[in-house]
Design a protein around this ligand. Structure first.
Ligand code: ATP
Length: 546
């Protein structure tokens, strides 16, 4: 069994050294010593998750449960907790202090281990229905009763999904490589194919990285598109043929089908199958064993419906009821595995041929695409895609492999030039008039390295149901309550449109968006994927030149 105390001490040592090299070495030495079960747990936690990607369970221990349990154990008041939080800027550090003040200490203290702690958290994630929230709180309480302050600090950080040790994905991969004397490139590749560092670490230890491949029901990250600067770009350097594919405005999904199982994964690698029951049958009919990539759109008659309608499908508790009101169509544009064969390294033109040979039916359709050889035909294709009610095109190189998790020139997106930014909500305020009871005005920020910088405030262009849902969410994720205004955990990403970027002293970013309007809630994006201050600066410079 692996002691939690050693895990915590290692993370602490890693967080204290500023040297990336040393961080990697410290972590590698630790991982090397772990037995397999503990290695899996440690690697999953290191990536900021409690459960591996694609796991059907979700551990719903949020901020409010953590604070409640910490208060129960320490007797601290709301005010004390909020002061501690502000002093440290981190709930993990606050937890260490609160646990040190525990009122009762158990008679027998069992040292916490990674394996046993994880088994408890797994049980908590699996409970459903009535009493589930109480059960989760009880599990947390039992763990924090046993934990030493330093252990509590990292337990809480694991639960809030941010270890704060300065180890991003690339360095974690390096540490795994170093721990098991594997090539960093081999670890990177395996990690891209399965997006599960725990699995990769076990493969590395067994020397099996070379055999790593896509696996059914292990979602991996999507290939993304760069932005097309001008329509001539794909043809530079000699004429070449590219695929002009309609750019659908919906949500991205990865479909895994094997045996009688069909699973849909979102861009955040969550299982969203249950929201779309009507797709099951046509996806079973498509082929016996495959992994495919596509975009799911809300549908109205012969045309795509606005993206917002799709949110209703993702939210509803009774998916069948809303399926009739908001039909969807799934447009598949890529095929990555068929039966036992990975297709990711094949050129797009071959993957597309294989895709076209599948048994499409009903709401599962083939994405509209055609090869083009020159700028004029590309423009025509763009116009035609717009006329079909789509956003524009994704222009794809026909010779390109599928690169999981990569964004680059192999795929280029072309949509109308209206600038939008994906921002993170950091504060919420009650609205006025009709919106008086709702947290409907949002202060939002962009990323600046590890920090968030405020760039504006907008009151909502969202639908009432969305505002109600966000209100409930923000009340549960309030970090500091100023009454009318609440500072909230940075979790919700919004896409905002605006007229201009201006210089401003009002916000700590030094910029403000003029007339920001909320276009949509980006439930499919994490705060780490939000826009950056550099993008804001670039937009500011661009408009001055323009
Ligand atoms: P990104 O996905 O590049 O981070 P974003 O989420 O803001 O950016 P857009 O810039 O509008 O979205 O466009 C990219 C998205 O378009 C893809 O992530 C994908 O979900 C969607 N998409 C729609 N049709 C296609 C297609 N034919 N090929 C690839 N992606 C497509």
């Amino acid at each position: 069994m692996a002691r939690w105390a050693e895990f915590a001490a290692t993370l602490d040592a890693v967080s204290r050294t500023p040297s990336k090299r040393e961080k990697v070495t410290l972590l590698a030495a630790y991982l090397r010593r772990l037995p397999e079960d503990a290695l899996r747990v440690a690697c999953t936690y290191l990536t900021g998750r409690v459960l591996p990607p694609g796991d059907p369970d979700k551990l719903q221990i949020g901020w409010s449960t953590l604070v409640e349990v910490l208060q129960e154990l320490s007797g601290a008041t709301d005010r004390e907790v909020s002061e501690l939080y502000l002093r440290w800027g981190d709930l993990g550090d606050a937890a260490a202090e609160l646990v040190a003040r525990r009122r009762t200490v158990p008679l027998f203290r069992e040292p916490l281990t990674l394996e046993a702690t994880h088994a408890q958290l797994r049980r908590a994630a699996a409970v459903r229905g009535k009493g589930a929230a109480e059960f989760r709180a009880a599990v947390l309480r039992a763990l924090l009763e046993q934990a030493q302050p330093m252990e509590a600090k990292y337990l809480v950080r694991v639960l809030t999904g941010d270890l704060r040790i300065g180890l991003k994905e690339g360095l974690l991969q390096e540490a795994v490589a170093e721990a098991f004397s594997a090539r960093p490139a081999a670890v990177r590749r395996a990690d891209l194919l399965c997006s599960d560092l725990a699995e990769v670490a076990c493969q590395a230890r067994r020397g099996e990285l070379a055999a790593s491949s896509l696996r059914y029901f292990r979602p991996f990250r999507f290939m993304l598109a760069g932005t097309l600067a001008d329509p001539a770009e794909p043809f530079r350097g000699g004429s070449q043929e590219v695929l002009a594919e309609d750019k659908y405005d919906g949500v991205r999904v990865q479909v895994h089908r094997l045996g009688d199982r069909v699973t849909l994964y979102s861009r955040t690698l969550d299982d969203v199958t249950d929201s779309f029951p009507e797709l099951r049958q046509p996806l079973l009919q498509l082929g016996p064993a495959y992994i495919a990539d596509g975009e799911l759109v809300a549908w109205a008659g012969q045309q795509p419906a606005p993206f917002q309608r799709l949110q209703q499908r993702l939210r509803r508790l009774d998916p069948l009821e809303v399926a009739e009101q908001v039909p969807v169509v799934l447009f598949l544009f890529d095929l990555l595995r068929v039966e036992g064969q990975d297709l990711v390294d094949l050129p797009l033109v071959e993957r597309r041929q294989r895709l076209e040979s599948l048994g499409f039916s009903g709401p599962v359709r083939l994405a509209n695409a055609r090869p083009v050889r020159d700028v004029a035909s590309l423009r025509e294709a763009f116009q035609a895609a717009r006329e079909r009610g789509n956003e524009g095109l994704v222009v794809k190189r026909l010779d390109a492999p599928y690169r999981p998790g990569r964004r680059g020139g192999l795929w280029l997106k072309w949509k109308e030039p209206l600038a939008t930014l994906d921002v993170v909500v950091v504060g919420a305020e009650y609205g006025h008039g009709k919106r008086a009871g709702w947290l409907s005005d949002y202060t939002f920020a962009v990323r600046d390295g590890d920090r968030l910088r405020v760039v504006g405030k907008a009151y909502s262009g969202l639908q009432d149901a969305e505002i109600a849902q966000l209100t409930e969410f923000f009340l549960r994720h309030t970090v500091r309550d100023f009454g009318h205004f609440k500072a909230v955990e940075p979790k919700v990403v919004l896409e905002v449109a605006f007229d201009a970027v201006t210089r401003s002293d009002r916000h700590d970013s030094g910029y403000a968006l003029r007339f920001p309007r909320i276009v949509r809630v980006r439930a499919d994006k994490t705060p780490q994927e939000a826009s950056t201050l550099e993008e804001v600066e670039a937009l500011y410079r661009q408009q001055r030149q323009g």
